[in-house]
Design a protein around this ligand. Structure first.
Ligand code: PEP
Ligand code: MN
Length: 370
């Protein structure tokens, strides 16, 4: 059971002390406090653990300072929505708010190759008003002889260039806990020129030790990719590892499922799960059309399948799009066949805006009926 206290509760007040006295006296449960800093208000949530089935919601709601009471179901204790419409969903990091109601495009290189290409990418993003990007430095590859990413050596100049072009967040995959330390050290050395969202790739969805160590740090939010061969429930439980260790600032990414039903796409596009994840959890939802589709093929209408898949996610209410671009896709060291070209960036952004406007109209229509 979760007790959500009145916003900005005064901890020196008498009612607050009465509440703590009540909680400390109980031998039915133990409790832990969680502070949630939102864009506009500070919330205190108190998690009651133990025999809470016997507690009545009404009785707990009448305690001093308690605003709302949520009875939690078994799964996704922290990240779950538990049927509550009004709980905080999302977070603000480095001045950018990412939640279940807005949308950000993270366009960038699947893998950092050289400074020229990185600079072309960041500069194009700046020209189009974008402050978020993706850049891979640590690449998990199927083949041990394939390029594995430049690793820590590229971080200083990637972060410096990001700062130069006003990029606030870079989504960057980590495959080992030492990568978080390397990213942290490089960011510190550049005076925190930019920010990083740590990405957990689909191959590491159930690497529980990695999840625990990434969850223990609270500096960086996490972009968590759905496992490509497990159920949605298993992936959501895995994401909960991050929150259970202390970091609830998690975006859940759909990136397609590996099965032959997806052919000729690289993976079976699963963006119909955007509303499902938003209903079950409080995580903002990302779609990755590049790793879902895996090609630059287009339909007779001239629209690339990557654009179509993106629009399908965005029109369903996705909050983030992670998409591969490259100045010269034929020279990309990783995933060139699915990369969009720089001249396609304004077209892509406009197409996303059309799908977003359609989503907003659909949401307004739904709420006009309720
Ligand atoms: C990526 O985004 O670069 C990536 C490797 O994605 P995934 O883990 O979804 O395959
Ligand atoms: Mn890739």
């Amino acid at each position: 059971m979760i007790l959500i206290l009145e916003p900005n509760v005064d901890r020196s007040s008498e009612p607050y002390h009465q509440l703590l006295a009540y909680l400390n006296d109980s031998n039915q449960f133990t409790y832990s406090m969680h502070e949630v800093q939102g864009a506009v208000q500070h919330l205190t949530e108190i998690y009651l653990l133990g025999n809470t089935a016997a507690l009545s919601v009404e009785q707990m709601k009448s305690l001093p300072c308690v605003d709302r009471v949520v009875r939690i179901q078994e799964s996704y204790r922290i990240l779950g929505r538990h049927g509550e419409e009004n709980r905080q969903n999302g977070f603000t990091y480095n001045g950018v708010t990412i939640d279940q109601s807005n949308l950000h495009v993270f366009a960038g290189l699947c893998a950092v190759d050289n400074a020229e290409h990185v600079e072309i990418m960041f500069s194009a993003l700046k020209d189009h008003g974008q402050v978020t990007s993706r850049m891979g430095a640590y690449k998990p590859r199927s083949n041990p002889y394939s390029f594995q990413g430049h690793g820590a050596s590229c971080l200083p100049w990637v972060f410096d260039l990001a700062g130069k072009y006003g990029i606030k967040i870079i989504a960057m995959e980590v495959t080992h806990e030492s990568h978080v330390e390397e990213i942290d050290a490089a960011l510190r050395a550049t005076g925190r020129a930019t920010g990083v969202m740590l990405q957990i790739g689909t191959r590491n969805t159930q690497n529980f030790e990695l999840l625990k160590s990434v969850g223990r740090q609270q500096e960086y939010p996490v972009l968590f990719k759905r496992g490509f061969g497990i159920t949605l429930n298993e992936s959501l439980n895995a994401a909960e590892y991050l929150a259970s260790e202390g970091n609830p600032n998690v975006v859940f990414a759909l990136r397609g499922m590996k099965n032959q039903g997806g052919d000729p796409h690289r993976n079976m596009v699963d963006f119909s799960h955007v509303p499902v994840v938003k209903r079950l959890t409080r995580m903002p939802v990302c779609v990755d059309p590049s790793h879902s589709v895996g090609t630059r093929d287009h339909s007779p209408d001239g629209i690339l399948d990557v654009f179509h898949a993106t629009a399908q996610g965005v029109i369903s209410g996705a909050n983030m799009v992670l998409v591969d671009f490259h100045p010269v896709p034929s020279k990309a060291l990783v995933d060139g066949p699915q990369a969009l070209r720089m001249d396609e960036l304004p077209w892509f952004l406009e197409d996303v805006a059309i799908a977003r406007a359609a989503y907003e109209k659909r949401a307004a229509l739904a709420s006009s009926r309720s």
